[in-house]
Design a protein around this ligand. Sequence first.
Ligand code: 8YV
Length: 322
Amino acid sequence: MRVFVTRFLPGDALDRLRSVADVQLWPEDRPVPTEELRAQAAQADGLLCTVVDPIDRDLLAVARRLRVISNYGVGYDNIDVAAATARRIAVCNTPDVLTNATADIAIGLMIAACRRWWEAEQLLRENRWGSWSPTLLIGQPFSRQTLGIVGLGKIGQAVAQRARGFGMEILYSGRRRPETEKQLGLTWCSSLEELLRDSDIVSLHVPLTETTRGLIGARELRLMKPTAVLVNTSRGAVVDQAALAVALRERWIFAAGLDVYEREPLPADDPLRELDNCVLLPHIGSAETTARIGMADLAVDNLLAVLEGRRPRACVNPEVLD
Ligand code: 8YV
């Protein structure tokens, strides 16, 4: 079994993989160039890739031996799943193991954006902190506010659980109404518009699909309160980033906290970089030891399961397994 792995992974999962398969590992800590990725995929039975590897139709067309694409991440918008399914290639991902880590960073971004953490730290580091003052860096409250969760999947529910501890009222929108609605004390909004109008903080937890691309644009940002905060830990393209930059500059909303961007890494000239009311993280939602090691274990388990004819724990197109 030949397997191509596009990045070095934390923990010992790679050693486990090496003990049973011929592993080709891209040695550099930067994305594999497209041509190299294609050449490697053409010879591989299994591919272990990350969010930065576009697994498109053209790549799949040359990957004649490929039986499994194991994505190191829960989101799999980097993969053309329909094209993989048509070729009976299993697509696997890593849910659950990163739920807590991502929910934690969402809460962190909410607090940082509400309380002007970035501006405060800049002020101190640049030695502009004159004295304590009753009016210094007054932000928006966080505890006991109304939180709107867009996309109540596993991460959205983990955010709701945490928000309860902060005494928040929690709204959510979306077609799915999970059983936890009652248990978590959530209020369902029949429309996104209603949620945006009524929330003090809006947190995005939807996957990137053709339906959610650009879900939050100028019109939606205009519906939010001028005191509101927007947090995005899902995928950058769920938000129209140019519209968000205008909304933040012109104070249609109070602040934003972002971990993900339309283009990653965020281009040097992106207008968001100039805005003080925007907390920017470099896509680190799952970047803690338990999550990243758990992701490596699950990605390797998924990959080996398919290659060895067993059912993987997490497969997004299980119809190819039958
Ligand atoms: C991963 C993520 O770190 O799981 C996801 O969907 O966005 C991140 O947690 C990233 O996908 C690495 O491939």
